[in-house]
Design a protein around this ligand. Structure first.
Ligand code: ATP
Ligand code: MG
Ligand code: FE
Length: 344
């Protein structure tokens, strides 16, 4: 069974193709991504109208590249999964409209599915079937959540989330303070590896004894970094040390809370996904702390952590295998789709 995945929730036009084998195995056949990130860089954030237009231009060429890479024809497709939320309304609509047109013309079932569940499904492309229940730490540009996954096709429960900024958003904002390019994750990660993570004691948000156990807060950290830099001007900013100390705070809080969530829920597998899961220190500390707590850790390779179509195809394979009912062709985009709604 060949499943096509289409992703346009933000600034990446992703087209992925997987094969769902008779034994339930999922094989990645193509993963093509066209990003408009450079068009947004000078604005320091994604400009919705620019993203929508870029999706329109990239959709057909990206689709062609994916089918070429897989050595398949459009007529080989047996089912289509498309991100229908959460994300930018105009951006989502481009993918949803394309997916509906392809599903209608090919006469195959269409699954409108959740982008965040897709990020979790990405891990199955690398590690095979997901042990369930598992805990997912989803950390991206728009989200920082702890999700209890009882069944990736039907049951995801949010047990914690950020009360202000997402982890990736904090990276992007701190990068701006340090005059590093957008998106901030990769350059901060690189600078941090040259710096001293203990140089500056930045705050660890919501880790006090009275704080909600599973929620996150990164806006205080972001402000603390900005204040520190302001207070030391006009001296040259020790960018590497600031980046390393900031990164240490983020990784410390995320891994501490993820391990605690697994322990509270009696769960033995932790999945870390979303763009920030590409972070080197987060992966290192998660590996250390999971090993100490006897928790199995699964993190997709960086390319599968950031937005892509392969993860939506992988989620589609899971929905097909579970016998979930396809969406109707009047499917629409839902920018605020809750994570508990895995497919519509
Ligand atoms: P969402 O999935 O919440 O809708 P999104 O799709 O924009 O948001 P992703 O593409 O999953 O988010 O992730 C992008 C984010 O990941 C950006 O904020 C970026 O700075 C961050 N990021 C990417 N690489 C790294 C890294 N190595 N370290 C830290 N953050 C990173
Ligand atoms: Mg992106
Ligand atoms: Fe994403």
């Amino acid at each position: 069974t060949i499943i096509l995945g289409i992703e346009t929730s933000c600034d990446e036009t992703g087209v992925g193709i997987v094969a769902l084998d008779a034994d339930g195995g999922v094989r990645l056949l193509a993963d093509e991504v066209a990003s408009s990130v450079e068009q947004h860089a000078r604005f320091g954030g994604v400009v919705p109208e620019v993203a929508s237009r870029a999706h329109l231009e990239a959709m057909v060429p990206t689709m062609r590249r994916a089918f070429d890479a897989a050595g398949l024809a459009m007529s080989d497709v047996d089912a289509i999964t498309v991100t229908c939320g959460p994300g930018l309304a105009g951006a989502l609509l481009v993918g949803v409209s394309a997916a509906k047109a392809y599903a209608l013309s090919l006469g195959v079932p269409l699954y409108g599915a959740n982008h965040l569940a897709g990020h979790i499904a990405a891990v199955t492309l690398e590690y095979g079937p997901l042990p369930q229940p598992c805990m997912a730490l989803l950390v991206s540009g728009g989200h920082s959540q702890l999700l209890r996954v009882d069944d990736l096709a039907t049951s995801i429960t949010e047990i914690g989330s950020t009360i202000d900024d997402a982890a990736g958003e904090a990276y992007d904002k701190v990068a701006r303070v340090l005059d590093l390019p957008y998106p901030g994750g990769p350059p901060i990660d690189a600078a941090a590896r040259r710096g001293n993570p203990r140089a500056i004691a930045f705050p660890r948000g919501l880790t006090g004894p009275r704080d909600a156990r599973h929620d996150f807060s990164f806006s205080g950290l972001k402000t603390a970094v900005a204040r520190w830099v302001e207070a030391h001007e006009p001296e040259p900013v020790p960018i590497d040390d600031v980046a390393a100390s900031f990164q240490e705070s983020v990784a410390d809080v995320l891994t501490m809370k993820a391990v605690r969530a697994c322990q509270d829920e009696g769960i033995a597998t932790l999945v870390v996904s979303g763009g920030v899961a590409a972070n080197s220190r987060l992966k290192e500390l998660a590996a250390e702390r999971c090993a100490a707590a006897g928790i199995e850790l699964r993190v997709p390779r960086p390319r599968l952590c950031t937005d892509n179509g392969a993860m939506m195809a992988a989620l589609g394979a899971h929905l097909v295998a579970a016998g979930v009912k396809p969406s109707s062709l009047d499917l629409s985009a839902n920018p605020a789709l809750p994570v508990s709604t895995i497919s519509v």
